[in-house]
Design a protein around this ligand. Structure first.
Ligand SMILES: *Cc1c(COP(=O)(O)O)cnc(C)c1O
Length: 365
C-alpha cells in the first residue's frame, strides 16, 4: 500500500543529523528559549530572502492568534478569508473576537481577488490569504485592493514555506504572516511548532513578549501574555531540516512534475499554476467529479488518497453560529466535493510514482 504521506521517510533522509541534534539538546540541559530557538528564528527569517524577522511559537494556530492580536485585530473586526481555507485560520480570527468573512475561491484553490471588494464593509480591517496546498496566491490585485481600502494584509503560510510569487517568498507580502511547523507541513518539526514573520521588528518583539507570559526580561511582566513557546529540541531539529530544505523540495518538485507530465485522464483535473508562482507542493490536489469511485479505484490499486477539506469551515458545527448557509460560495463548495490529494511526501521511489500515475490513468467509469 502506498501511503498518502510517510513522515519516517523525511527523518531517514538525514537520520544521523537529527539524532545528533536531539541528543545534543538533551545533554545541554537547556530546553526552553535558548540558543536553538534564537538561531532558528534568525536562519528561518534569513531563508525567506528579504529583511524580515521571525518569532517562533508553539504551533500555527497560536501564530495566527498572537499575530492578529499584536496587529490590533479584535472585537467585532471583520477579516476577509477564502471560503475553502482551513478551520485553524478561522479559529485564530474568532478567538480574537473578530469575524471571518468568506470570499469564494478561484481555479487555483486560493482566494478569488475579483470577489473581495463586494465583501468589504465599514468593519473590515484586513484580508488574510492562505496559500493553500503550497500554491502561492496571485498577490498583485490583492495588494492594490488592500492599499485602496486601507486594509491590513496577512498571510497564512502554514502550507507554503518558501513558495514564491514573482520571486518573493510568501509571507513577505503582508504586514504579518503565520507559519506552522506541524510534522506534515513541508518544513515540519517532530512535534508542534509555528512562527510569526514580519518586516516590522516591533511586532515581532511584541510576539516574543506575548508568547512568554507577557514578560520583558525575567519576572517583569508588561502584558497579559500567553505561554506559546517553541521548545529547543524542535527548534534544533527544524534547523537541521532547514539545512536540507533544497533536497526535500527537489524531491517533491520531481514527484509533482512527473504527475503533471504523465497523468492524462479526462476525468482528472490537474492543478494549475498562476503565472509567476513557484509552488512547494504541500499537497498535490486534483479535482475529480466522481471522487468516491476514484478513491476506491486507487485503493484497489494499493494507493491511498486524502481529501483536504471535505467541508467548508463555515458549515462545520463549530462555526454554525456564523449563520452562513451552503450555497454561499459555489466554487469552494464544489472543491470540497471534488478535491483529492494524491500521495505527496519528501521521498518516493520512481516505481511508486509510476504506480500512482498508472492508477490515475486507468480510472474509467
Ligand atoms: C496546519 C495549518 C494551520 C495550523 O497550524 P498548527 O500548527 O496545526 O496549529 C493553520 N492554517 C493552515 C492553512 C494550516 O494548514
Amino acid at each position: 500500500m502506498i501511503p498518502i504521506n510517510d513522515l519516517s521517510r523525511s527523518y531517514k533522509l538525514f537520520e544521523d543529523e537529527y539524532d545528533q541534534k536531539a541528543l545534543s539538546v538533551l545533554k545541554s540541559g537547556w530546553y526552553i528559549l535558548g540558543n536553538e530557538v534564537a538561531e532558528f528564528e534568525k536562519e528561518f527569517a534569513a531563508a525567506l530572502g528579504e529583511d524580515a524577522y521571525a518569532a517562533s511559537v508553539d504551533n500555527g494556530l497560536n501564530a495566527i492568534r498572537l499575530g492578529l492580536y499584536a496587529s490590533g485585530i479584535g472585537q467585532g473586526d471583520e477579516v476577509i478569508v477564502q471560503a475553502n481555507g482551513y478551520i485553524a485560520t478561522m479559529l485564530g480570527i474568532i478567538q480574537n473576537g473578530a469575524v471571518p468573512v468568506f470570499v469564494d475561491s478561484d481555479k487555483y484553490h486560493n482566494i478569488d481577488a475579483d470577489r473581495i471588494e463586494e465583501k468589504i464593509s465599514s468593519k473590515t480591517k484586513a484580508v488574510l490569504v492562505t496559500h493553500l496546498y503550497g500554491m502561492p496566491t496571485k498577490m498583485d490585485r490583492i495588494l492594490s485592493l488592500c492599499e485602496k481600502h486601507n486594509l491590513m494584509l496577512f498571510e497564512d503560510c502554514a502550507q507554503s514555506h518558501f513558495a514564491t510569487y514573482n520571486n518573493r517568498a510568501t509571507g513577505l507580502f503582508g504586514k504579518v504572516s503565520f507559519f506552522s511547523f506541524y510534522p506534515t507541513k513541508n518544513l515540519g518539526a517532530f512535534g508542534d511548532g509555528g512562527a510569526v514573520v514580519s518586516k516590522d521588528k516591533g511586532i515581532i518583539d511584541r510576539i516574543k513578549i506575548l508568547r512568554n507570559y507577557g514578560s520583558e526580561g525575567r519576572y517583569h511582566n508588561v502584558e497579559v501574555g500567553f505561554n506559546s513557546r517553541l521548545d529547543e529540541i524542535q527548534a534544533g531539529l527544524l534547523r537541521v531540516k532547514l539545512l536540507h530544505w533544497k533536497t526535500y523540495l527537489d524531491n517533491r518538485m520531481h514527484i509533482a512534475s512527473r504527475y503533471r507530465n504523465e497523468i492524462h485522464s479526462s476525468r482528472v483535473r490537474l492543478p494549475e499554476i498562476p503565472e509567476g508562482a513557484n509552488p512547494i507542493w504541500h499537497q498535490f490536489v486534483v479535482n475529480v467529479e466522481e471522487r468516491d469511485e476514484f478513491r476506491k479505484h486507487m485503493l484497489d490499486h494499493g494507493i491511498k488518497t486524502d481529501v483536504l477539506y471535505p467541508m467548508p469551515s463555515y458549515l462545520q458545527p463549530a462555526l454554525k453560529f456564523l449563520g452562513i448557509e451552503r450555497g454561499a460560495n459555489p466554487n469552494a463548495e464544489h472543491d470540497c466535493d471534488t478535491v483529492v490529494s494524491l500521495p505527496m511526501m519528501d521521498y518516493m521511489s520512481e516505481e511508486e510514482i509510476s504506480n500512482i500515475i498508472y492508477g490515475v490513468n486507468t480510472f474509467y467509469l
